[in-house]
Ligand binder design. Sequence first.
Ligand SMILES: [Zn+2]
Ligand SMILES: [Zn+2]
Length: 96
Amino acid sequence: MSDSQPSAHIGRCGFCEQGLVRLYRCNACAAVSAICDECERIWRVPAEVHDDPDAPADAAHPSCPACASGHVTWSRLDAAGIAAAGLEHLVAGDST
Ligand SMILES: [Zn+2]
Ligand SMILES: [Zn+2]
């Protein structure tokens, strides 16, 4: 789930304490969720994990908590995608 491109994250994962939580769009249902790039936990509502890094996760990759599909792929939102989703206020910083 990680690559070398810098991209926005919304905070550090409170579970693995290693990963950064980033915004992704489900390629099956187009829902925007937050995913940890280390442990791959998924939070259905990005604002919840942004406000509380220990908020319980709703699913784990490759399941989607929104469409309940057991195996989906995700597209990481770039800055334009985050803006289009109206989630810029959640962004905590950019990093690889
Ligand atoms: Zn994590
Ligand atoms: Zn989905």
